[in-house]
Design a protein around this ligand. Structure first.
Ligand code: PFF
Length: 465
């Protein structure tokens, strides 16, 4: 632990990571989370597989990485919360202070995301005792499904969901309140290798016991007939979600990054790691789904049905399964703390709040909103906004498919066209001129055009198409 309880971080600068590579740990802790293991497989299933995966990969490369570099650079340049960093840098570039609205929208998006993120993380927590007690030993596909969403299943039991949602919110607020360095560094250093190792064990199982060829074909055999603008928007939104982009998390962490570190190199490593973990999760889950006659388009429950099923049939599955859901909960935890860090840093700077109170206020807001998501899986299940969305769907759509892409678009436009290029280049300090030009090109032209087109067409396709 690097921060003691007496350390009040109420100055406008919130400190610097204790070691040079803590940024890598913290940013990959933020990026790798439920998005990789839970969300990527289920939205891939819902959107028909390979064509979706291809668009997602293109979005990561051509849009995600350049914007992630830009966001980190803005954070390190501004050295404050995303809201105030955006304002300061805009004013220094002789532009309007209203650019801080990008930071404000991002800060709100973080609270909205945390509201449902903690509910899903709560599912993972609820699964730890289920696996440990052998509830899934030898079960059939149908039985695994009903443990999750049957009449007596987890989703129908809103009291249990509320309990785990609350517990997860509390531990998130606790870490943020202590200062994000405390404990985070150690947690991530152990977590990431353990998670990858366990995913590889599972991959071995799905190669041997699952319908591996079918699963791999589903993910990688390109089929243009499955393309739609709405799936492209979901893929784009997920590229932002999985890299923690478009809302200031990475900007907030960038503010604590030491000056000498190479931003471009660091970010590329994180993006590759994040994408690799998502692809492995897909390669684990889909072969199991096909081998057990489950539906790839089953939705948010996909991982919570297919993986326990597999664990129920592996020797040592109780142990591995318990460990797996512990690791998923940890991965979610290190992401969740980054969701409210932008808002917390801002409340400290702007209103002189203590870190503890700031974390309590924002965590509390997310907790209250999250109750809507809890109910959307049971007592409010039939209640649909715009005839389409449950509260959970609505929160997810609003954040991943609207707020994050919009935030990302504005960040690309800001760095590409408004900020002084000398300032950006000075902060980036990229040694390779060809890579620097490629970055400018992607950020100025490719990312804004692609995001704008996919955004407009995707929304149209969703509601009018
Ligand atoms: N990147 C996280 C995941 O993939 O689970 C979720 C997330 C964290 C999204 C932080 C956005 C964010 F700012």
């Amino acid at each position: 632990m690097t921060t003691s309880g007496t350390n009040t971080q109420s100055s406008s600068i919130h400190g610097t990571w204790s070691k040079r590579w803590t940024f890598i740990l913290a940013a990959s802790g933020s990026a790798v989370g439920l998005g990789n293991i839970w969300k990527f497989p289920y939205i891939t299933g819902e959107n028909g597989g390979s064509a979706f995966v291809l668009i997602y990969l293109v979005c990561i490369l051509a849009i995600g990485i350049p914007i992630m570099i830009a966001e980190t650079m803005l954070g390190r340049r501004g050295r404050k919360s995303p809201i105030l960093s955006m304002r300061d840098i805009a004013i220094n570039s002789n532009a309007s202070g209203y650019w801080q609205l990008v930071g404000i929208m991002g800060t709100l998006a973080g609270i909205f995301i945390l509201s449902y993120y903690s509910v899903i993380a709560g599912w993972a927590l609820a699964y730890i005792p289920k696996l440990a007690s052998g509830e899934f030993s030898g079960v059939s596909g149908a039985a695994a499904k009903s443990i999750f969403d049957g009449e007596q299943g987890l989703l129908s039991d809103y009291k249990t969901l509320l309990f785990w949602h609350s517990l997860f919110t509390i531990v998130t607020v606790y870490v943020v309140a202590r200062g994000i360095q405390a404990g985070l560094e150690r947690a991530v250093r152990f977590l990431m290798p353990a998670l990858i190792l366990l995913l590889l064990v599972l991959l071995g199982y799905s190669v041997m016991e699952g319908a591996f060829a079918e699963g791999a074909r589903f993910l990688f055999a390109f089929d243009a007939s499955k393309l739609s603008w709405n799936s492209a928007l979901v893929a784009l939104g997920h590229a932002f979600f999985t890299l923690s982009l478009g809302m200031g998390s990475i900007m907030a962490y960038g503010a604590y990054m030491p000056k000498e570190d190479s931003i471009a190199k660091t970010i590329t490593i994180i993006a590759v790691l994040d994408t690799g973990i998502a692809l492995i999760a897909g390669l684990v889950i889909f072969p199991l789904v096909f081998a057990h006659g489950l539906e790839p388009s089953a939705g948010p429950g996909l991982m919570f049905i297919s993986l326990p099923l597999a664990f129920g049939h592996i020797t040592g599955g109780e142990l591995f399964g318990t460990l797996f859901f512990i690791l998923v909960a940890f991965a979610a935890w290190t992401s969740a703390i980054s969701l409210i860090e932008p808002g917390v840093a801002w409340l400290i700077e702007r209103f002189g709040a203590t870190r503890r109170n700031a974390a309590l206020i924002l965590g509390g807001a997310a907790w209250v909103l999250g109750i809507g998501t809890v109910f959307s899986f049971n007592i409010w299940k039939e209640y649909k906004l715009l005839d389409t969305f449950t509260i959970f769907d609505g929160m997810d759509f609003l954040t991943s498919n609207i707020m994050l892409p919009l935030g990302g678009l504005l960040i690309a436009l800001f760095v590409g066209w408004v900020m002084k290029p000398e300032a950006a280049e000075d902060e980036l300090n990229m040694k390779n001129p060809a890579l620097l030009s490629a970055w400018w090109f992607l950020l100025r032209y490719v990312a804004p055009t692609a995001v704008a087109v996919v955004f407009v067409m995707g929304i149209y396709d969703k509601f009018a198409g």
